[in-house]
Structures are given as structure tokens and as C-alpha cells.
Design a protein around this ligand. Structure first.
Ligand code: 164
Ligand code: MG
Length: 331
């Protein structure tokens, strides 16, 4: 059993309307033959200190159920413990994590979107060009850090250059309702797949669903998936670290599928173990939508080198038992 701290600088920080993500700190939790990652992101999860407290408490428990209970209210800590538990069980059953999660069909790879941070039109176009040349067919552009008209111009330029690209925008709740309406109106001819979290709050999201396609991200964490589905969103973005684990994110994905809504697996710019876990989560879903998991390349170094590389817009599901990277406790 162990709780091991890590701090990993990003070579390519992510610029968002909610700030710049430059470094990721967290813990690896290892117990009873399984390993899991906790990489809290304040604003989305508990603080680093609260995460560590919950993990140290969990580390003293002799059973998985007690360890998981010790992490209630600390989603990143619970993510680590539940991932370790799934990993240990999958290894004991000699199967990959996505099968342990309940995935019913063989899955070798999952499609992913490129994530393009805030930049001017030129910088945005150049980042999208790099992504398209690398084989991505879906691109998510961060918006909300500059004026609505400037963001609309960025998306317009991308659409003109790439008529067939699946295009998503993500405002990280930066706008008020009038700004969100203005953006949705200005981009209504650009065939955006959706605008992720244009405004804070699920009630405002609900009012925007008649204006254009919107997806819930922060609101899934704050209000719960059911409230977002009731709001009539086109998609729900699921970040296992913020939702308390792969198991809980998968339950949310199936609630969405049952409601005819697209679940999109994403991550909080996690390190290799949690990214691998999220790839397995996507692999466990029927026909997964392009996932927000192409973030590994932003790290200057990682816990395990090159664990989930992107090739031609896809990440191969790590092969082997459990999450299948980096070995497990005691190995
Ligand atoms: O979903 C993706 O394409 C990658 C991850 C990503 O965009 C995010 C990770 C962490 C914090 C957020 O600003 C952001 C998001 O809101 O989706
Ligand atoms: Mg988002």
C-alpha cells in the first residue's frame, strides 16, 4: 500500500477561459496489486491537500469498500482508489480494464479530439492545421477568453479552411446568457457539433438549447448528469477525475445513452495512469464519440513515457491486463 506524490510540468500549457493549466500535481495510490491516479484540479475537484488527506485515510483501510468510503467528497482521491481496485480486479481476472468496467466488445482504439487552446486567428489556424495534419478529424477550440466576435471569427476561419472537420467549442462557462446567444447566433452557419458549457448553471444551459447545440461539462460535476439531461443538452462531457472515478463516469455515460444524449469522455489534463483509465472507459462504451484525451503530449515528462500516444486521431487501448501501463504495486 502506498501514496506517492508527483508533480509534472506541462511543456504546452492549456489556455482556457478559466485560466492556464501549467503543471499537474497528484498522487499514485497503490494497494493490493492495483494502481490508480489522483490528479486534483481545483475548481473541478478537491484541493491537493484534501486529496492527500483522503488517500492517506484510504491507505489505512483493509478493504476496498472502506477505502472508497474514506474518499467520499474527494472525487480525485476516489478516482485513484476505484481505479486501483478495478486494476487489481482486472489483473486477477486476467483481462483489460475496459472489460472489467463492463465493456462488452473488443476495442483496439478510441477516436479522440485535438484540444486547441485560446489564441488569435492565426495561432488558432496554425494549431488546427497541425492537428489535421496529424490525422485528427475532430477539433475542440477553447473560446471565452476574448470578445465573442473575436471567438466567432476564429471559428469562422477554421471552418472556412476545413469544411469537413468536426468542430467543437468550449467556453468554460465564461459567458453570460446574452454573450452565449450572440456566439451561437454568430456561428449558426458553421455547423459546430456543440458549444461546451457556454454559461455557468444548468438552468441557463437549458434556456440555450433552443438557440444552438450545447454540451454540459462543468454542470455535470456541479449539478449532476441527470439535471444536465433534463436540461436537454446535446452532449455531456465526462471527466472521471472530477466525477469521482471511472465507475461513476461510466454510470453517467449510460444515463446519457439511455436519454439519447452523446457522452464524451474527457479528462482534467491527467497524467498517464488516469489517461489510460479514461481510454479504457471510452473503450468500454458502445461506439464512443471522439474523446477529449489527446492531452498527453502537453506533458514535459510523465509518470510513464508515451503511454497513450495519438496516431491518426485515435489512441490505441493499452494492451494487457488492468490499465496495462507501468506495472502495478510491487512489480
Ligand atoms: O476535453 C478535452 O479536449 C481535453 C481536456 C480539456 O479540454 C479540459 C481539461 C481540463 C480543464 C478544462 O479547461 C478543459 C475542459 O473544460 O474541458
Ligand atoms: Mg470543457
Amino acid at each position: 500500500m502506498s501514496v506517492e506524490a508527483f508533480a509534472l510540468p506541462l511543456a504546452t500549457p492549456l489556455e482556457t477561459a478559466a485560466g492556464r493549466i501549467e503543471e499537474r500535481e497528484g498522487f499514485l495510490f497503490a494497494a493490493r496489486g492495483g494502481t490508480g491516479e489522483a490528479t486534483p484540479l481545483p475548481g473541478w475537484t478537491e484541493s491537493l491537500a484534501a486529496c492527500e488527506r483522503a488517500l492517506r485515510d484510504a491507505d489505512e483501510k483493509e478493504r476496498w469498500s472502506a477505502a472508497l468510503a474514506a474518499c467520499e467528497g474527494a472525487p480525485a482521491a476516489r478516482h485513484a482508489v476505484s481505479q486501483a481496485c478495478l486494476d487489481a480486479r482486472a489483473r486477477a481476472a486476467d483481462r483489460p480494464l475496459y472489460r472489467e468496467l463492463g465493456g462488452e466488445r473488443e476495442c483496439e482504439r478510441v477516436p479522440v479530439n485535438a484540444t486547441v487552446g485560446d489564441a488569435d486567428v492565426e495561432g488558432t489556424l496554425s494549431a488546427v492545421e497541425t492537428a489535421v495534419h496529424a490525422g485528427f478529424e475532430t477539433v475542440k477550440v477553447k473560446v471565452g477568453a476574448r470578445a465573442v466576435a473575436a471567438d466567432a471569427d476564429r471559428l469562422d476561419a477554421v471552418r472556412s479552411a476545413y469544411p469537413r472537420l468536426e468542430l467543437r467549442a468550449d467556453a468554460n462557462a465564461a459567458w453570460d446568457e446574452a454573450e452565449a446567444r450572440a456566439f451561437l447566433d454568430a456561428t449558426s452557419g458553421l455547423d459546430l457539433a456543440y458549444v461546451e458549457q457556454p454559461v455557468p448553471g444548468v438552468d441557463a444551459l437549458a434556456r440555450l438549447t433552443s438557440v444552438g447545440p450545447v454540451a454540459a461539462d462543468e454542470s455535470v460535476v456541479d449539478a449532476g448528469v441527470d439535471a444536465c439531461l433534463d436540461a436537454g443538452v446535446a452532449a455531456v462531457v465526462l471527466k472521471p477525475m472530477a466525477l469521482g472515478g471511472l465507475d461513476r463516469a461510466r454510470d453517467a455515460a449510460f444515463a446519457a445513452l439511455d436519454a439519447g444524449v452523446t457522452p464524451v469522455v474527457s479528462n482534467t489534463v491527467d497524467a498517464a495512469y488516469a489517461r489510460s483509465g479514461a481510454v479504457h472507459l471510452a473503450a468500454s462504451l458502445p461506439d464512443p464519440a471522439p474523446a477529449g484525451l489527446a492531452t498527453g503530449g502537453r506533458f514535459a515528462r510523465d509518470l510513464v513515457p508515451d503511454a497513450t500516444p495519438v496516431r491518426n486521431g485515435y489512441i490505441a487501448v493499452p494492451r494487457g491486463n488492468g490499465h496495462a501501463i507501468g506495472g502495478s504495486a510491487g512489480e
